[in-house]
Design a protein around this ligand. Structure first.
Ligand SMILES: Nc1nc2c(ncn2[C@@H]2O[C@H](COP(=O)(O)OP(=O)(O)OP(=O)(O)O)[C@@H](O)[C@H]2O)c(=O)[nH]1
Ligand SMILES: [Mg+2]
Length: 280
């Protein structure tokens, strides 16, 4: 069995930083997690990628091509579809190691996850290659400490969960940047009660008044699924990172198939072994 995290989320939510942080934490614990860059437009990340999609195709290839002439968004979709048509490249790069653990750092274009089939096809292929995949969906906590934004973030998370049909975890990233008062609010958003949050909107704008029943219906939808839950991530808190990794490892049952390792060790040779030790 092989293990994977598919790290997804909107642009700039902290996907690459999450991959760097978790891979470093794992390395300090003696566990190897390789990071694969699947973002053809990436120009900076701190980890050292084990595999890099830009060696197969770069966003510039799609944008600068005389015939294709894509803009940045269409170009990105083209690159991901190109990857799907060339999955043997990824398969070869991944090798065949059993028990390996990979984090896929995905691009930040939200439609790739919410309603296009690209990520679903990628997930299905990884599963065919014997990977147990956990979807990891990040949302910037800066945007969440506001009920209306929260509902839209929760809808995005839910749509990814429903679209990909794999075990899934939602993360509120950049918790270290929250103010003290925002941190106090955070608990309300981790296991949200949509009714409570919608209550905040009551005194809101004309927009809220006009679309009140729509917002309420969305709240009910989230409640009906009762699947939208968020884990906070403070990248400066090793315990927090460790707990999160443990939760994900439990979801993909990482380590459960490992053979019990029995260490063979020889009795140290004792030169005085032959000597009788007088008793009494
Ligand atoms: N303080 C703080 N900054 C963060 C955190 N995560 C990300 N950042 C910053 O947010 C910016 C974007 O982070 P990335 O990790 O590149 O985000 P991304 O989701 O990979 O972005 P794209 O690949 O462009 O979609 C960078 O300036 C990071 O340094 C965090 O947990 N805490
Ligand atoms: Mg990134």
């Amino acid at each position: 069995m092989r293990y994977a995290q598919l790290v997804m989320g909107p642009a700039g939510c902290g996907k690459s930083t999450y991959c760097t942080t978790v891979a470093e934490h794992a390395a300090n614990e003696g566990q190897t997690i390789r990071v694969v860059n699947l973002d053809p437009a990436a120009d900076f990340f701190k980890y050292n990628p084990s595999i890099d999609i830009r060696e197969l195709i770069h966003l510039d290839d799609a944008m600068e091509d005389e015939d294709l002439k894509f803009g940045p968004n269409g170009g990105l979709v083209f690159c991901m579809e190109f990857l799907l048509q060339n999955m043997e490249w990824l398969e070869e790069q991944l090798g065949e190691a059993d028990d390996d653990y990979i984090m896929f750092d995905c691009p930040g274009q939200i439609e790739l996850y919410t309603h296009m089939t690209v990520m679903k096809q990628l997930t299905d292929t990884l599963q065919n290659w014997n990977f147990r995949v956990c979807g990891v969906f990040l949302i910037d906590s800066q945007f969440m400490v506001d009920s209306a934004k929260f509902l839209s973030g929760a809808m995005a998370a839910l749509s990814v969960m429903v679209n990909l049909e794999i075990p899934h975890i939602n993360i509120l990233s950049k918790v270290d940047l929250l103010s003290k008062s925002a941190k106090k609010q955070l608990d309300r958003y981790l296991e949200p009660d949509p009714h409570d949050l919608i209550g905040d909107l009551e005194s809101g704008s004309r927009w809220n008044e006009k679309y009140w029943s729509l917002t309420e219906a969305l709240g009910r939808l989230i409640e009906d699924y009762s699947l939208v839950k968020f884990y906070p991530l403070d990248i400066n808190d090793e315990e927090n990172i460790g707990d999160l990794l443990l939760t994900i490892n439990n979801i993909i049952q990482f380590g459960e198939d490992a053979d019990v390792k029995i260490r063979d060790f020889e009795e140290p040779e004792d030169e005085d072994n032959d000597e009788q030790i007088p008793c009494g």
